[in-house]
Design a protein around this ligand. Structure first.
Ligand code: GBH
Length: 451
């Protein structure tokens, strides 16, 4: 007998917020305009051999000049929100001192233009580009204080219109990728003790910024962080593997989100690092644990984990060549990480409000007859959004989703060789062309369900 029931629709709650995300250095260009100071990424991208193709963010998608056009792309999609970041060195060209009014004016124009088009901006204070003039960068503890001063100052400037502010983007990237792996600016490979100290300065910077934003922002401003917590997906949904995966997520993020949510470095981390553990000053842990109004997660690739008989009770399963991935080799496709990420964070730390601050994929994106039919990206997005729907349907407090990214842009060490946009950018003409994935996302938003 044929099935007669109506198809199950994966519909989202009425007030669910759909958006797109970008970051300043990846889209703005105009690196010498209106008093902007040089950053770590200007130095790094201009150092031969650091970025694929010798690409730089000098022009990027020229969004410093084309922001109004980008707003129209957002409006056409029908999003209610947009996640953007501010370039610290446009406001304080040397990291601290006297603010540069032209930088403030620019962001006021961008924010006002979004609001005039019915789009609510979510602002990240730091998405990896910091003023090159800051001595020692994140190796220097003083940078955390300078960051908090900048974040507090900008919160005072924009919080009459911007209701949601994130401190930093992805602790693990601007600490480890930049100071341990060495593939991001400033490109260092430091010994463990120094890496742990940089990580500590990162979480202290976040905590001091939360305090400074609260001190300067309009009452009611919602403050959070956008973190790329590493999530461990149970290899099967049985109690033993589910519990092991949750334990792995808590322990493997001990230096970042676990410290922020629990206000201490857990014993597993301190024991493992021994003499290399970070040097903590009085007051640091209190700052790090400053209460947040929301947590935002950047979710891309999964880690797979199973329960085992080892003392810690779990083992990770490495990715192998047959693990499916998108155009970036690291971007393993594992949609279940979307569900498990939301569920694990909710169970471990009970945040009041959760957002997905980034999710998206690179694809080859051949431009044929003026079109980009990125069915592979649509497949990826549909699967991940379906898993976020599962989390919402089970009652976890996920309130919104920001797709990375609005448009192709400067993909850090991969330069312009990897495209993550749902709008194709011709980097010679700066023309933007909506891909099939943009049409798909527009329909998701219009119907408020997975299509
Ligand atoms: C996010 O990073 C960033 O917030 C965003 O700026 C970025 O454009 C987007 O995602 C897409 O990458 O080359 O194997 O050494 C996600 C974290 C950082 C994970 C770079 C992969 C490279 C690993 N990613 N990393 S590898």
């Amino acid at each position: 007998t044929a099935a007669s029931a109506a198809p199950v629709e994966l519909r989202f709650p009425k007030d669910f917020r759909w958006g797109c995300a970008t970051a300043a250095y990846q889209i703005e260009g105009a690196v010498k305009e209106d008093g902007r100071g040089p950053t770590n990424w200007d130095v790094f991208s201009h150092t031969p051999g650091k970025v694929v193709g010798g690409d730089t963010g000098d022009i990027a998608t020229d969004s410093y000049h084309r922001y109004a056009e980008d707003t129209q792309l957002l409006k056409n999609l029908g999003v209610s929100t947009y996640r953007m970041s501010l370039a610290w060195s446009r406001i304080f060209p040397e990291g601290r001192g006297k603010p540069n009014q032209k930088g403030v004016d620019h962001y006021n124009k961008v924010i006002d233009n979004l609001l005039a088009n019915g789009i609510d901006p979510y602002v990240t204070m730091f998405h990896w580009d910091y003023p090159a003039a800051l001595p020692g960068g994140w190796q220097n503890r003083d940078t955390a204080k300078a960051f908090a001063d900048y974040a507090g100052y900008m919160a005072g400037q924009i919080s009459d219109r911007v209701k949601n502010i994130m401190t930093v983007n992805e602790l693990r990237c601007f600490t480890d990728l930049s100071h341990k792996v060495g593939i991001h600016a400033p490109g260092l490979k430091l010994p463990d003790a120094e890496v742990n100290q940089v990580r500590h300065h990162g979480v202290v910077a976040h905590g001091l910024a939360v305090q400074a934003i609260r001190a300067h922002a309009k009452a009611g401003t919602q403050v959070g962080i956008a973190d790329n917590t590493v999530f461990y997906v149970p290899v099967m949904e049985t109690d033993d593997h589910v519990a092991a995966a949750k334990k792995a997520t808590r322990e493997m993020n001990a230096m970042f989100l676990t410290a922020i949510m629990e206000g201490r470095y857990i014993d597993e981390y301190l024991t493992q690092e021994g003499a290399n553990a970070p040097k903590v000053q009085p007051g640091d842990m209190e700052a790090i644990a400053s209460p947040l109004d929301f947590l935002a997660l950047n979710i891309y690739a999964p880690e797979w984990v199973r329960a085992d008989d080892s003392p810690r009770g779990y083992a990770t399963i490495p990715h192998i060549p047959s693990s499916p991935h998108m155009a970036s080799p690291w971007l393993i496709v594992g949609p279940e990480v979307a569900y498990w990420g939301v569920r694990q964070v909710s169970e471990l730390w009970k945040p009041k409000v959760l957002y997905i601050s980034e999710n998206g994929a690179s694809a080859d994106d051949p431009l044929q007859n003026g079109r980009v039919d990125d069915a592979d990206r649509v497949m990826y997005l549909r699967n991940y959004v379906s898993q976020f729907h599962r989390a919402v349907a089970e009652g976890y407090p996920l309130k919104g989703y920001f797709l990375w990214s609005l448009l192709d842009n400067f993909e850090w060490a991969d330069g312009y060789s990897k495209r993550f946009g749902i709008h194709y950018v011709d980097f010679k003409t700066q023309r933007r062309i909506p891909k099939l994935s943009a049409a798909w996302y527009k329909e998701v938003i219009r119907q408020n369900r997975v299509v």
